[in-house]
Design a protein around this ligand. Structure first.
Ligand SMILES: [Zn+2]
Length: 137
């Protein structure tokens, strides 16, 4: 079965997010070997390319597609347990967002969730994240 453009875009996006956060983690902890991230909601240290997801703060919009689904401020390295089993741990994730970005950005994301659409831009977004991933490497 052919992959949809959205799936392809998400694969690049997810890889980019996890690598971004692994680089950030290593910059903060220079004595730790590269390859680890801290889960944004339970703080466990995990391997960025094994038991790690790219987890959304706002996952789905009212129409089924959130306007911030591909917004990199809305996505962070998260362990599979928090992202899947605990359905994102929304309350803790909200706290994380406030500490990292502040209320203004959280409000902006909540606004864009309802008022922005990726319709017709998915292929471009996929290529953008692919490019951003290459630049991080
Ligand atoms: Zn976790």
């Amino acid at each position: 079965m052919a992959k949809t453009a959205k799936k392809t875009a998400w694969e690049w996006c997810s890889k980019y997010i996890r690598l971004r956060d692994a680089i950030e983690y290593q910059e903060k902890h220079p004595d730790v070997p590269f390859g680890y991230v801290q889960c944004c909601t339970c703080n466990h240290i995990i391997e960025y390319n094994r038991n790690c997801d790219a987890g959304h703060y706002i996952s789905k919009g009212s129409g089924g597609g959130s306007g911030v689904y591909f917004d990199e401020r809305n996505i962070h390295a998260q362990c599979k347990s928090c992202n899947g089993f605990h359905q994102g741990r929304q309350v803790v994730y909200h706290q994380f967002m406030l500490e990292k970005y502040g209320q203004k950005v959280v409000d902006e994301l909540e606004f864009l969730d309802k008022n922005q659409s990726y319709h017709g831009k998915i292929v471009g977004i996929g290529l953008m994240y692919k490019q951003m991933l290459e630049e991080l490497k």
